[in-house]
Structures are given as structure tokens and as C-alpha cells.
Design a protein around this ligand. Structure first.
Ligand code: ZN
Length: 284
């Protein structure tokens, strides 16, 4: 259990994997790889601005770093829909944390909290909460910590499974970003890489389980995704966690769906080929 280590240092209760999808109703330096990719005279900080936020829970004003819109160029995506940008990893900047009371959520959901949930944050998160907003940019470790705090909030407030699953998915993507930014020359490179891979697996497994649970009881769109998009993502995650039967079922559904667009069907066809190749490999 490494993904949530160190929560106690921020004055938060240590959470365990089992807690995440329970109780829904009750409730430093720029990365080396990015430096190379970015234009020599531009650093990550050049693409950031400070945004002043009003905390909907405790009313205090605080600043967060945000990516300047229109300044970063999307250059593709990973198979599990993680977008890639030329200049920086924007997912590092998607969580807002109020250092006063500990309320945290994805920027797009930040204002979206009801009175009973505010009370839960003030009673369960604020006491003993200790966090300092990083001064310049968010390192990968800063970003991972911010997702952890947002996830604790989501559990405390009894957010939907899809919302918690989405936080886990994005945390997994940020951990992948960290693994890509590690310096291969560093003495502890292998150990760090191994830890990142384990943490990424843990986060994505939680996302996978959470979205499967959500798909059975929630309405679409879910965490901003229509059914075909979520089914595609679940197919990719099914393959990652060795459930090829489920992946095949989902892919067949997408290919037969009248609602699925041409692009997602193309992506589903690629998955189908991979599934067939995997079956052949197993038969040999
Ligand atoms: Zn606050």
C-alpha cells in the first residue's frame, strides 16, 4: 500500500484502498523530459498563471497555479486517453486545494459542493489539516499529493463513484508523467521507476473498479464521458488488468453502436486487433 503513504503528514487520516468506493451515499523542479521538449527559452513557469480562488467551504481566498489557456499544444494521447501536451503535463494543475480548510477538488468541480458536504469537510478534514501551496510550479510529487487530498475530500463528501474513479484515473496519469520524467542517470532510477509503475497500477486499478461500479448505477455522461468513450477506456483498462473477455465484450459493443463516432470506432478496431493477437499468442 504505497499510493497513499504520507497522508498523515498533511494532517489527514490515512486512507486504504477499500475505503475509496465505499459509503458513496453517506457521505521542484521541472521534469527533465519536459525541459528537453520545451523550447529552450521557455520553462514550465512561463505557461502558468496564478488564479485567485474563493473557497466555497471556508470562504477564504487563495491562489492556485493554472495553465494559461491557448498557450499549450496538444500533441497526442496515450491509449487510455491521457492527453499529451508539448510544453507541460497539464494534469498536474487540475486540482485546487484550499490550504485553510483542506477542501480540494478538480478545478471544474471546485464550486460544486452542497451545504451538508461543506459541513463534512469542516468537521473531518479541516481539523489538523496542514498544507502549503508550492511557491512556483507543481512538481509531480506536489501534483500527486493534490490528487490524494482531492480523493480524501471526495470520499468524505460521498461523491459519486465516477467522480472518485476519475480522480484515480488522473492520478494514475500523473504518476505515469512522473515515471517519464525520472532521470535514467540517477542512482535510484530503477527503484523509483518500479515504485511509479506499482503506484500507477494501483491508481488505475481503482479507476477501473470505480468506473465499472459507476457504469452499473449512474447515468451518462459520467465524469464528462459519453458511454462509448467510457466503454473504450474500460476496454483498455480491462486489457491492462488481463480481463480480455471483458475487453472483447466492450469493443464489440462500441463497434456495433450507432452512437459511436468514426474516431472512437477506429480506436476500438485497434484494440480488437490487439485482443486477437493476444488470443493467438495464448493459443500458441
Ligand atoms: Zn477552504
Amino acid at each position: 500500500m504505497g499510493l497513499f503513504d504520507g497522508m498523515d503528514k498533511m494532517g489527514l487520516k490515512q486512507i486504504s484502498q477499500d475505503e475509496i468506493f465505499k459509503a458513496e451515499e453517506t457521505a521542484k523542479k521541472p521534469a527533465a523530459a519536459q525541459e528537453i521538449k520545451a523550447k529552450p527559452q521557455m520553462t514550465e513557469e512561463n505557461y502558468l498563471l496564478e488564479r485567485t480562488m474563493d473557497c466555497p467551504v471556508c470562504g477564504s481566498k487563495f491562489k492556485v497555479k493554472a495553465v494559461k489557456s491557448g498557450r499549450v499544444r496538444r500533441v497526442g494521447q496515450d491509449k487510455d486517453l491521457r492527453p499529451r501536451f508539448e510544453q507541460l503535463d497539464t494534469a498536474k494543475y487540475d486540482v485546487c486545494v484550499c490550504s485553510e480548510c483542506g477542501y480540494a477538488a478538480m478545478s471544474r468541480d471546485f464550486k460544486n459542493i452542497m451545504d451538508p458536504q461543506k459541513k463534512l469537510v469542516l468537521e473531518n478534514i479541516k481539523p489538523g489539516f496542514s498544507y502549503e501551496e508550492p511557491a512556483t510550479l507543481y512538481t509531480y510529487d506536489d501534483a500527486i499529493k493534490r490528487y490524494q487530498i482531492a480523493l480524501v475530500n471526495a470520499i468524505t463528501c460521498g461523491r459519486k463513484d465516477s467522480e472518485k474513479a476519475y480522480l484515480c484515473l488522473k492520478m494514475g496519469w500523473v504518476i505515469r508523467g512522473k515515471s517519464e520524467s525520472l532521470d535514467p542517470e540517477a542512482e535510484d532510477y530503477e527503484a523509483q521507476l518500479k515504485k511509479c509503475k506499482e503506484d500507477e497500477d494501483e491508481a488505475l486499478k481503482l479507476a477501473y473498479e470505480g468506473f465499472i461500479a459507476a457504469r452499473m448505477k449512474e447515468e451518462f455522461p459520467m465524469a464528462g464521458m459519453e458511454q462509448t468513450t467510457l466503454d473504450y477506456l474500460l476496454a483498455v483498462l480491462s486489457m491492462r488488468f488481463d480481463n480480455y473477455v471483458n475487453a472483447a465484450k466492450l469493443v464489440t459493443g462500441i463497434l456495433g453502436s450507432r452512437l459511436a463516432g468514426a474516431k472512437i470506432k477506429d480506436m476500438a478496431r485497434d484494440l480488437k486487433e490487439e485482443i486477437i493477437a493476444h488470443q493467438k499468442e495464448k493459443e500458441e
